[in-house]
Design a protein around this ligand. Sequence first.
Ligand SMILES: [Ca+2]
Ligand SMILES: [Ca+2]
Length: 377
Amino acid sequence: MLVLASAALARADDGDLLLNDFEGADFGDWKTEGTAFGPGAAHGTLPGQMEVTGFLGKGLANSFHGGDGPTGKLTSPEFTIERDYLTFLIGGGGYQGKTCMNLLVGEDVVLTATGPKTEPGGSEFLNWENWDVKKYRSKKAVIQIVDDASGDWGHINVDQISQSNTPAKKKPAPPIRTQPAPAPENAREVAITGKYLIFPISNKWQRGRMTIRIGDQWVHNLDCDFPTEKEAIDWWGWLDMAEYQGKTALISTKATPEIAAMIESSNQLRHLQPLYDEALRPQFHISQMRGWNNDPNGMCYFECAEMFEMKDDKVTLRVLVDRPMFEAVGGGGACYKNSARRDMGKPLGKISLTAQGGTLTVESLEAHKMTSTWKNK
Ligand SMILES: [Ca+2]
Ligand SMILES: [Ca+2]
């Protein structure tokens, strides 16, 4: 009976001594410096941080408060080393002396550990580390958790610091969750045999991108509304490649491979549907010197050869003049012509009417000053 009791006592003396599991409301008797560790243990992942896993319970020391920028330090109260090992969970930055946990005996850092991470990516997983502290048994020691880093992975995660006679076994790291692979760029070489490069477009767009290189030169880089599949093509866009004929283009396309493969060099534009079926759609457009143009050129021929219908040798015109635009409407509105004014903002000096091969008489003229429909203008 006596033997059994003494064995039980020995086991109790041999048990783990918890130094901190970071489950408290604050850091208790641990001293805090800086802001990186926040006011107390983090409950897992902090704002802007990848998911933190591998800690025990609900809390851990996590120096990602405010991101990687802030720095700080947590220092334990002094304790006596009474077991063979210090075991703890650690993750985060892998910078010696910068993102680390230190064991101090006297004034000296006798052992140090960092997280695993110095490269972008990876995970915030905490895994077990052990310090063999047999030779420091009975000595007084202090633990510091240090964040003296502000760049990528400039933080440290620690949890469950214990004294134990049994080293903790590392856990298998969980698989790293990654973003879905980006759409393939479908780089391919296309011999430029024709004046145009033609490519399929969908009105129910899926925004993609096409970049075209000739040798080292980047000749086109544009967003395209590519269809998701062949059946969804609404029309064909084109690029002028005349100056590159005879060369080979390297075309990268953020689109499905099927669609990317349909981009081709051609001397013909391609239409799937009558995009324009107005008989008199203008072929010439007027652009303003600056600002944007709604392009309301409407239906007329170039030079207005048949623009204003004559009735009994008379033409009826309505002319609208405003700051950026001069517009003339013939007859009942069937004919229309406009012109951008290049002296935008200046008063119009005069309007002149001329006739070719004859004389022109103004039979009647009415002028109306129009006011803005905008209030207070
Ligand atoms: Ca914990
Ligand atoms: Ca930091």
